[in-house]
Structure formats: C-alpha cells, structure tokens
Write a protein that binds this ligand. Structure first.
Ligand code: 6MZ
Length: 367
C-alpha cells in the first residue's frame, strides 16, 4: 500500500484542532455567498481571501476574524461542528479533541453558553459515522448514530466510530473576567464532553498576567490545560508558561535550550503542527523542525492539524509528512500514532477502547 493511502488507513488521535480553522472551504464560500447576497460582505473580496494559498501568521488572524463573521449564528456553528467531525472521521481519526473559543454575539442573541450548546448540537447531529460522547444523564459514554445503513444484501455496514471531546479556548484578546467565564463554563459542561482548557489567539496580543488567574482557577478545578506556547519568541512568557506545568503545550517553535531542558525534564507533551508551522512561516523548512530532536529524545509528542481548513491539510497528511521528511518507517509511525492516546484528556476507559482499536489495526497495517 502506498504510504499516503496507508496513513489514511492508520487510526489517528487528533489533539490540536480549532473548530473555526477546520471548516471546509466549500462551506465558507457558501456562507460568504449568502452574506454577500444580504450585503453584509463583498463576496468577491472574501472568496479571494478564502482561496488564497500560503498565509503569514498575522494574515491568519485577520482571516479568523472573517471566519467568525461567516460562522457566527447558532445554526452555522452546529453545521460546521457536524461537518468538521465528519471530515475527521473520514480520515480515520478515532479520537478528536476539538477546541473552540466560546463567543458572545449580542446581535445574534448568542452567549458563550449558547454558542457551546450549538457546538454540542453539532456533535449530536453527526449521522454519517457513530460518535461517542458524554451525556449529562448518565455521565457515561453514549453512542449516538443515525439510521443504520445496510448493504446490497440487507446486512448492516460496519460504521466508523469517532470519540469526540471538547476543549474551551481562551482567546488572548480576552480580559481576565472573560477568561474566568470560559473556565467556569468548561466546568459546567464537563458532563457534555468538555475535558479541558486551551489558551490561543494571536501570540503578539495580550499579557500572560491577564490569563494566569483563569488558568490557575482551571488547575484548581482539576481541568487539564494546554497552552499555545512559543509561537513567537517571548522568553519571559515561555518560562512562565512552563512554570505552571501545563498538561500539554502546542507548537513550541521558539524554545531555547534552557526551556527545552525544562520541558523535557517535566515531560510536557508537545502538540506538533508541521504544516501550520511552515505555512505561517514559523520555520524555514520542515528539516529544521523541532520534531526531529523531540522524536530522537523520545519526548512525548503528537502530530496535529491545527487548522485543517485554513492550511488545506489532514491528519493523514501530517503523518505522511513526518514519515517522508524524517524517514520514519510504518512501524515507527504506527507507534507514534498510538502513543498519542496517553496524552488525551480523557478517562482510562476510553483510552482502553482506543488501544483496542489500534491493536486491531496493527494486525492489518503492520505485516
Ligand atoms: C494561535 C490559533 C491558531 O476557536 O473560533 N487559533 N491561535 N495560533 C494558531 N496557529 C495558527 N489557529 C487557530 O477557532 C479559531 C480560533 O482559534 C485560534 C484563534 O483564536 C482563532 O480565532 P475557534 O473555533
């Protein structure tokens, strides 16, 4: 089997995916068309921006503002959540930790809570695959699925299954009070599959001290946290981030030796986003990527897409890139994919289920 096809077949764990960065281009264009017809935006300008290839980091953040205009109403949030989950499942992602920033929009009657309810409705609306998520009634794993498809002879077709959990993101533009509100909301929604907190947004905006109280609060409440760390050089902030010992960090492009020593000593798992780092010009070439050093050092890491829509990538492609750039063979890639189970913010019961999925796949994929 060709390597790319093999990477698609491989079961995968996605730990760093932003909802609004994972929206299909076709959906964004469709939404832009509707808003263009209503005169809210100029469609031709927006279409050009959506289809553009290769964007700097500041351009990405301008684009997110546009995405938020296109996706800000409850129905659309539900729709994009459903589509994003279906797209990941189609790539054989078996566990998706989807992160999103709860948003307020008075004009649409949207509160952070109602935004999240729309996301949860999107999870429930998935019908092309089985979704395992948590319900409030039992706090147990429940599987939701649409009608059971049958093949030509009337026997049920085995459907794909994806476990979905949510992380609530604090945007670096937010105030301490707004960040606190997100943490409290995450706590309230624990029974709906919310498993942790993320800090993201434009890395040149906001002060660490603004978010710290909310992050500490999350820790006190027992909510795991993951931080976008070192997307730009900022020694003081990077050190402060490592000091609070987050459960994971994302990107980690600009750590210096001293900080790497600390991150390695603390064994903080790193969410690696290869395509994103290249496309946003964090690194000049994949051959200089810190993946190589971390992999060699057996540091905990997992490959992730970051914004699969924005960067036109898939998790299968990220594994393909790692294999082809760093010379990993199929067995090594398989072990890498399976190792990400350990870093998921999910209970042991689900981890055991995921391990079984990998055990089954190993027989098929590793000869
Ligand atoms: C930092 C990022 C990001 O939350 O509206 N986001 N933050 N660095 C990145 N690397 C390129 N990619 C995405 O998804 C979009 C939001 O996620 C964060 C930004 O805050 C962006 O507005 P949601 O679903």
């Amino acid at each position: 089997m060709e390597l790319m096809e093999w990477c698609r077949e491989l079961p995968k764990i996605e730990l760093h995916a932003h909802l609004n960065g994972s929206v299909r281009d076709s959906t964004l264009l469709e939404l832009a068309k509707v808003l263009g017809e209503k005169g809210v935006i100029v469609f031709a300008d927006v279409a050009h921006v959506i289809m553009k290839n290769g964007r700097s980091l500041p351009e990405c953040f301008m684009l997110f503002d546009l995405f938020h205009i296109l996706t800000t109403d409850h129905q659309t949030v539900t729709r994009i959540t459903k589509e994003v989950i279906e797209d990941f499942a189609a790539e054989n992602v078996v566990y998706l930790e989807l992160r999103t920033t709860p948003k307020k929009n008075e004009a649409k009657g949207m509160t952070k809570r109602s935004y999240m309810e729309a996301v949860i409705d999107g999870i429930k609306a998935v019908d092309s695959v089985d979704v395992a998520f948590v319900t409030s009634d039992t706090s147990k794993l429940m599987t939701c699925s649409g009608s059971i498809p049958v093949n030509g002879t009337g026997s049920p077709i085995k459907r794909k299954k994806i476990y979905v959990r949510l992380l609530l993101s604090i945007d670096r533009r937010e105030t301490t009070a707004a960040a606190m509100e997100t943490v409290n909301l995450a706590m309230d929604l624990k029974d709906f599959g919310v498993v942790g907190i993320d800090l993201s947004g434009n890395p040149v905006i906001g002060e660490w001290e603004t978010f710290l109280p909310a992050l500490k609060h999350a820790k006190e409440l027992g909510l795991p946290i993951t931080l976008h760390c070192a997307e730009v050089p900022n020694k003081k902030e990077i050190q402060a981030m490592l000091d609070i010992h987050p459960q994971r960090i994302g990107h980690a492009c600009f750590l210096e030796d001293e900080e790497w020593r600390k991150a390695k000593f603390l064994k903080i798992p790193v969410e690696i986003c290869l395509t994103s780092n290249i496309r946003t010009e964090r690194l000049s070439s994949l051959h200089n990527h810190h993946f190589a050093d971390l992999y060699k050092a057996k540091h905990p890491l997992s490959l992730c897409t970051d914004d699969s829509g924005l960067f036109s990538t898939t998790l299968s492609n990220e594994y393909y890139l790692a294999a082809s750039t760093f010379g990993l063979n199929k067995s090594e890639i398989f072990v890498l994919a399976r190792s990400a189970i350990q870093y998921a913010f999910v209970d042991d019961e689900v981890k055991e289920e995921l391990t079984k999925v990998f055990d089954d796949a190993e027989k098929r994929l590793i000869s």
